[in-house]
Design a protein around this ligand. Structure first.
Ligand SMILES: Nc1ncnc2c1ncn2[C@@H]1O[C@H](COP(=O)(O)OP(=O)(O)O)[C@@H](O)[C@H]1O
Ligand SMILES: [Mg+2]
Length: 274
């Protein structure tokens, strides 16, 4: 059963040049489906349109055309109470854990914000208990972390707090936009194994955006390759390791496996093209 279905999504941005409006289409007919309890990795170079898909999904940017169904309900331009109940079920973690947490709020206040907004708990003592449970889920000891400010946390710990905030409303679906690109390798592995745990234990469906295909291949069920605003390949991670329909995907896989082989491949290719 599908939890999210994106159909024929298009988006253009405009800029002014010499008093002329120049159009740039950044998403071209994007189609994507995620089943319940599935994890999908979206991979592509910087500027390929990954974040724009997510911004439209979370209503932070409008679409030119297309539809997005979440649990069979069309959520593009959804308003009021319906909107609130849809977004309660969808968590979002952004790339930069230094910018995404308010420096003046303690961890308890950061995580309790969505709990208050969605009226999950109102009593202060209960909220504290609830936040402690969520911190335990992301493997941060509540005693040590609940009263800390973001400036007292490492990048990896900040990202765990951002994940805690995103799951505070008990969502069935979580999107993470390059969550490990700004943290060190150890923290990265910890965050990725936490995502796997959330998928298995909490039955959360996940979109993981990355520019690193090996991160996706090691952690997701399916992979979607985006290039210049278009999906050029979508397959199970198992299948794509051996079969790549697109030259770009082939190069990504090669580079992730063995850099010497990759350089050799590029060298031969350039000789052929010369
Ligand atoms: N608000 C905006 N105004 C104009 N152009 C934008 C805006 N947001 C993104 N873009 C452009 O859209 C393209 C896709 O950007 P983005 O979705 O952020 O890519 P990615 O996340 O894959 O790096 C880029 O060329 C970017 O410059
Ligand atoms: Mg991006």
């Amino acid at each position: 059963m599908s939890i999210l279905k994106i159909e024929n999504l298009n988006k253009s941005f405009y800029r002014m040049e010499n008093n002329k409006k120049i159009k740039k289409q950044v998403l071209k007919n994007i189609n994507l489906e995620i089943k319940k309890n599935e994890s999908i990795g979206i991979i592509g170079n910087s500027g390929s349109g990954k974040t724009t898909i997510i911004k439209i999904l979370f209503n932070l940017e409008s679409a030119d055309s297309g539809n997005i169904y979440f649990e069979n309900q069309n959520i593009l331009n959804i308003k009021g109470k319906k909107r609130s109940s849809v977004y309660k079920n969808m968590g979002l973690v952004m790339q930069d854990p230094y910018a995404s947490l308010c420096p003046y709020m303690k961890v308890i206040d950061i995580i309790s914000e969505p709990i208050k907004i969605h009226k999950i708990e109102n009593e202060i003592s209960k909220i504290k208990e609830y936040v402690s449970e969520i911190l335990t889920k992301v493997h941060l000891d509540p005693k040590n972390y609940i009263n800390k400010y973001p400036s007292e946390l490492s990048g990896g710990e900040r990202q765990r707090v951002a994940i805690a905030r995103s799951i505070a409303t008990n969502p069935s679906f979580l999107v993470l936009d390059e969550p490990t690109s700004m943290i060190d390798v150890d923290s990265k592995n910890g965050v990725l194994s936490l995502l796997n745990e959330l998928k298995e234990k909490e039955k959360i469906s996940i979109i993981l955006i990355s520019h690193d295909i090996s991160t996706v291949l090691d952690n997701c069920d399916k992979v979607v390759v985006v290039k210049n605003g278009e999906i050029i390949e979508a397959k199970s991670c198992e299948e794509i390791k051996t079969i790549q329909d697109n030259e770009y995907t082939k190069e990504l896989i090669l580079a992730s496996k063995d850099l010497t082989n990759y350089w050799e491949y590029l060298h031969k290719k350039s000789l052929k093209e010369a």
